[in-house]
Write a protein that binds this ligand. Structure first.
Ligand code: FMN
Length: 197
């Protein structure tokens, strides 16, 4: 990899790692898309983990969400990140793995606050039709967090969506000239080429 590509590769890695814990980094939120019966479905999610060497990025979700069954049927994903301050767009694509009730989810669940765990205790299946507006957290926990024992049943619904990417499309906008390149990952080999912006 030449020096220009190496700099971009390192910049992607640094920004993505920073965005996991830095809520102010615009890459903390991203849009993930999948395809179900040839219809594209997109939604905003939170970046929870990233490794460029393992080629993974992760978000958390509820196993009862329609996207999980859709992704089980067709695991292809695209993910879109944009930083309007730096004018950098990243697009990742590949296939997902749904992690549920395994060692990784157990470890991650331990680090989730009681307040956030409420999201996995919803009485309704996410995205299902309901008779009246409801936040889909148990009424008794709307204005006060559950204790740790009360959160444990949420683990049954908690999944990590591990997006294994095989491609990153990088675009940087500048008045003096945009630049764009694509990294392709095959096993441990990374190839990269410039693309017309
Ligand atoms: C700022 C923001 C962050 C969100 N983060 C997540 C997330 O990390 N995981 C998730 O499943 N849904 C998240 N959502 C909700 C999704 O965008 C979406 O509405 C929900 O998951 C239902 O999607 P589905 O019907 O395609 O399954 C977030 C929404 C917003 C606005």
């Amino acid at each position: 990899m030449n020096k220009n590509f190496k700099n971009i590769y390192n910049l992607i890695n640094d920004e993505m790692i920073n965005a996991i814990s830095n809520h102010k980094n615009p890459f903390h939120l991203f849009v993930v898309g999948n395809s179900s019966e040839n219809i594209p479905n997109i939604r905003t999610v939170v970046l929870r983990n990233f490794s460029i060497s393992k080629q993974i990025l992760e978000f958390h979700s509820d196993i009862r969400s329609p996207k999980i069954s859709e992704l089980n049927t067709n695991p292809n994903f695209s993910a879109l990140f944009y930083n309007p301050d730096k004018k950098v767009q990243l697009r990742f694509s590949g296939t997902v793995q749904i992690l549920h009730k395994d060692a990784s989810t157990k470890k991650r669940w331990k680090g989730i606050s009681n307040s956030s765990r409420r999201c996995y205790l919803g009485p309704y299946n996410p995205s299902s039709v309901i008779n009246e507006n409801h936040p889909n957290i148990p009424d008794k926990f709307r204005f006060g967090d559950p204790n740790i024992e009360e959160t444990e049943e949420g683990f049954e619904n908690f999944v990590i969506v591990r997006c294994q990417f095989s491609c990153i499309d990088y675009l940087s906008l500048k008045y003096s000239g945009h630049s764009r390149c694509r990294f392709d990952f095959k096993g441990k080999n990374v190839s990269v080429c410039w693309l017309a912006p």
